[in-house]
Design a protein around this ligand. Structure first.
Ligand SMILES: [Zn+2]
Length: 342
């Protein structure tokens, strides 16, 4: 049974405008808003964020705050103030040693910055929870994608990661990805999210944490190795409440979508979490609109607890808008109304 139907939203500046949008979401069967709060929003629009969360609550919507694209460590198109303000604490290429435009989430500098961002919003805005949106190391990513490609380079080879690796394993960090490097990357990647999730629950134990990782194969031959591809490690984190996997392009085979959905539910059940699957509500649309219905039905049949879509109005008016953005939004809305709470 689907218990929550979510849509992401990044138009948060004026409360009265958000109110009109929230009413439109309600009319589309939405129960939960994934509020994409950027670093600029946090820095500039802070007074209006609590008022917008209050307005959503007043209209009967739950609110999860998404630190969208924060440090470019999370997924998203927004720019990062952390990267603008810090020339260090960036992820570093293992092969070339170049500093990359991604915050290294294993540095105390970024860990403090991120925790402060979230705990401040928890105290001021009082959302229902937080949404960890596609956290990742910069590289690799190509090997598990439908387009293939080689991914020899990886991150992070910054001074902080290298020192921590050597302190733990007793030898210098290699430049090629060994099993120790893989284990180190998985373990360290979870620290920033675990510590911040724990801090949030200490502020309010009812705050709910969704961890949404890339929908990857993670099979015997291919895996993305972006830090959160070991789903057992992510699923077993005691501070996460919902195990979620990201969007699959409508053009991908239905078997791939089904495989991701089954494995998502299995991991969630294994570790006593709720499961969530995402639909592509932006950028691309299915050739046959009935595919939206079929994929929603598949999620329901496989026992998914929550469905979500990126984003409000199909990305209408942005460079990632679907060709028929409003039609896609309506197709998702019709399905939400059809399946919410049976
Ligand atoms: Zn690093």
């Amino acid at each position: 049974m689907i218990t929550q139907t979510s849509i992401s939203y990044y138009g948060l500046n004026y409360v009265e405008h958000a109110e009109a949008d929230f009413k439109e979401m309600k009319a589309h069967g939405v129960t939960q808003v994934i509020l994409a709060v950027t670093e600029f929003d946090f820095d500039f629009w802070r007074p209006n964020i609590p008022a917008i969360v209050d307005k959503a609550h007043e209209l009967g919507l739950r609110v999860l705050i998404d630190p969208w694209g924060n440090g470019k460590y999370f997924g998203g198109e927004q720019v990062s103030k952390f990267l603008q303000d810090n020339v260090e604490n960036r992820q570093v290429s293992a092969l070339t040693g170049e500093k990359l435009p991604y915050a290294c989430f294993n540095t105390n500098s970024y860990r403090d910055y991120f925790k402060n961002f979230c705990t401040t919003l928890a105290r001021e805005a009082k959302p229902d929870g937080f949404f960890w949106d596609e956290p990742h190391y910069a590289f690799p990513k190509g090997i598990a994608s439908i387009t293939g490609g080689v991914a020899d380079d990886w991150t992070c080879y910054c001074p902080v990661c290298r020192k921590r690796f050597e302190d733990y394993y007793g030898y210098p960090m290699p430049r090629y990805m060994t099993n120790d490097v893989k284990q180190f990357r998985w373990r360290e990647a979870l620290v920033v999210l675990s510590e911040t999730s724990k801090a949030l629950k200490e502020i309010d134990p009812k705050l709910e944490i969704t961890c949404c990782v890339h929908a990857t194969q993670n099979g015997y031959y291919v895996s993305e190795y972006r830090g959160y591809d070991n789903w057992d490690m992510v699923g077993s984190c005691p501070y996460f409440d919902v195990f979620s996997t990201t969007i699959v392009n409508w053009a991908l085979p239905e078997d791939f979508y089904l495989d991701i959905t089954r494995r998502t539910v299995a991991i969630a059940k294994k570790y006593g979490k709720q499961s969530e699957r995402w639909l592509m509500g932006y950028y691309k649309q299915p050739k046959d609109w009935k595919q939206v219905d079929r994929w929603v039905d598949l999620a329901v049949a496989e026992g998914v607890d929550r469905i979500a879509a990126w984003t409000y109005r199909g990305g209408y008016g942005t460079v990632v808008g679907a060709p028929d953005a409003l039609k896609l939004w309506d197709a998702i809305g019709e399905n939400y109304k059809r399946v919410i709470r049976g």
